[in-house]
Design a protein around this ligand. Structure first.
Ligand SMILES: Cc1cc2nc3c(=O)[nH]c(=O)nc-3n(C[C@H](O)[C@H](O)[C@H](O)COP(=O)(O)OP(=O)(O)OC[C@H]3O[C@@H](n4cnc5c(N)ncnc54)[C@H](O)[C@@H]3O)c2cc1C
Ligand SMILES: NC(=O)c1ccc[n+]([C@@H]2O[C@H](COP(=O)([O-])OP(=O)(O)OC[C@H]3O[C@@H](n4cnc5c(N)ncnc54)[C@H](OP(=O)(O)O)[C@@H]3O)[C@@H](O)[C@H]2O)c1
Length: 385
């Protein structure tokens, strides 16, 4: 195929990438599962930069699809028409199009409407009543579609009815953990398996389960597209120092940053703040960071939150190094934060404000203005989720 004939792959027309490598970053005795994976993108035409993410369309767990087929007494060959007007076999829609992990009030309404037994009808009615809102939310959050429907086996539901009730399976994003300068035809990812228990069942997140457990190796079947980052990328100035804050999977882009800094001979200093639960089991890419640190290419500050009675987080390490962090900022450092938006990024932002307020000796208002200016000049960059 000539260059002109290469189709353009995007969110609506994903490229079928090949998973070529997958191995755990956490030790078998860890309380979490995080894996490194490498996707071959040859033929995609994607050219990525550090800090970009990849969008992935997962496939639902075949075991859950099978339970739904059994519950509906369907073969899977039935045709359904999606909300977009596409006609598909029911099993294909269940596998790759349907968000079967999420229940809705409409499903509860249908079960209530069709319920002939008095006791379950009354309990469904209670959930649907205006005063049942909180209970309904708890009920829906604790169930996936298969176990909700299995709880009411007497209610008949047609494949098309389910198709009309279930939302679409949306893509998930993963930070690219490699540099295109070093790996032009691959993207590396750092994927944490989402796992939790509700309603007595061990649940897995759709896409992390797909990537960590289900996606086959060496077959071009993983639908992906490139999700470029607007500004979360390396500075053009190779002499600029970098402060990179990324606990957990937030460390992913910095692996790409360091590959590229080294490959292009960037002379700016690099400082990584990483942490996770336990050093012995959750120190992702330990050898790589230690090697860079031993070579004097990287300063490493670690915060393993569960290695001691008191929690230690990356922001505590920033505060312990306040004078130097401030000196680096004064010398033109770029300050990056990647990972959890809900708690970590807020804690780090607060720490940054404290550091600037105290070290500048100018107080909180001046620190606010200083950090606003950092942000506006593109030197305080966040990729948080
Ligand atoms: C720009 C960006 C970059 C990202 N980069 C990475 C990355 O590099 N690595 C990475 O691993 N992830 C990354 N993520 C997160 C990733 O996109 C997915 O959100 C994550 O993998 C979970 O997706 P999933 O399909 O496995 O889980 P889902 O099926 O989406 O399940 C998650 C849902 O499960 C439910 N849930 C989770 N925990 C519990 C609980 N304890 N109790 C009850 N319900 C719960 C919640 O409803 C939650 O919304 C990134 C996200 C963004 C936006
Ligand atoms: N929205 C949320 O509720 C939420 C939160 C975190 C992660 N996640 C998702 O869970 C998946 C896995 O996450 P991950 O493996 O990247 O790890 P993570 O859960 O983000 O944890 C990484 C480290 O951050 C610590 N941490 C917890 N609260 C913090 C805070 N307020 N400030 C600073 N650090 C804090 C954790 O410590 P402790 O756990 O010991 O406290 C752990 O040591 C990702 O998909 C992520 O999106 C969601």
């Amino acid at each position: 195929m000539t260059h002109e004939e290469t189709p353009e792959y995007n969110r609506n027309n994903p490229f079928m990438a090949t998973l070529v490598t997958r191995y755990p970053l956490t030790k078998p005795y860890s309380h979490k599962i995080t894996q490194h994976m490498e996707l071959d993108l040859r033929g995609s035409g994607f050219t990525y930069k550090t800090g970009d993410s990849i969008g992935i369309y997962a496939v639902n767990d075949p075991a859950l699809v099978m339970r739904l087929l059994q519950r509906l007494q369907a073969t899977g060959d039935e045709e359904v028409i999606t909300k977009k007007g596409e006609t598909l076999p029911f099993s294909e829609w269940l596998s790759s199009r349907a968000n079967i992990n999420r229940c809705s009030k409409k499903m509860v309404s249908l079960l209530h409407e069709r319920q002939s037994k008095a006791a379950p009808k009354a309990s469904l009615e209670r959930l649907l009543a205006p005063e049942g809102q909180a209970e309904l939310k708890e009920f829906l959050d604790a169930r996936e579609v298969w176990d909700l429907l299995e709880e009411y086996p007497e209610v008949a539901i047609e494949p098309q009815e389910l198709c009309d009730l279930v939302g679409p399976l949306l893509p998930r994003f993963y930070s690219i953990a490699s540099s295109a300068v070093v790996h032009p035809e691959q993207v590396h990812l750092t994927v944490a398996l989402t796992q939790y228990v509700t309603n007595g069942h061990v649940r897995c997140g759709v896409c992390s389960h797909y990537l960590c457990h289900l996606a086959p190796l060496n077959m071009p079947v993983v639908p992906v597209y490139l999700q470029p980052s607007k500004d979360f990328t390396l500075p053009a100035d190779h002499t600029a120092p970098l402060i990179m804050v990324g606990p957990g999977t937030g460390v992913a882009p910095y692996r790409g940053f360091m590959q590229e800094r080294i490959s292009v001979g960037a002379t700016g200093a690099n400082w990584l703040f990483f942490g996770d639960w336990n050093r012995a089991s959750d120190f992702f890419y330990e050898d790589y960071w230690n090697h860079l640190a031993a070579e004097g290419r990287l300063r490493l500050s670690l915060a393993f939150s569960r290695d001691q009675a008191e929690k230690v987080y990356v922001q505590h390490r920033l505060l312990e190094n306040a004078a130097e962090v401030y000196r680096w900022l004064e010398e033109g450092a770029y300050f990056y934060v990647c990972g959890d938006a809900e708690n970590m990024a807020k804690g780090v932002d607060q720490a940054l404000h404290m550091i600037v307020a105290e070290q500048s000796g100018q107080g909180a208002d001046a620190a606010k203005a200083y950090i606003k200016a950092l942000r506006e000049s593109g030197r305080y960059l966040r990729d948080v989720y």
